[in-house]
Design a protein around this ligand. Structure first.
Ligand code: FES
Length: 68
């Protein structure tokens, strides 16, 4: 699914940026060497950031519980 039409960024590319430390839509664009044009992709990028952060948090909790 294309998230940023202006720069042809799909879910995989957005996820790749987040996995590599991008913590805001602006940083996701910067990871791929872009800057916002229309900005219509910001809400979806924010949603992806929240999803991946909550997934990472849930994974950390599972690992901590497995170790304890
Ligand atoms: S859709 Fe991403 S900057 Fe336009």
């Amino acid at each position: 699914m294309i998230i940023c039409v202006c720069h042809n960024l799909n879910c995989r590319k957005v996820g790749e940026a987040i996995d590599n430390g991008a913590s805001s839509p602006k940083e996701i664009q910067a990871f791929h060497g872009n800057q916002f044009q229309c900005g219509r992709c910001k809400p979806e990028m924010c949603a992806r950031l929240r999803e991946q952060k909550s997934l990472a948090s849930a994974t950390d909790t599972l690992v901590e519980n497995a170790i304890a």
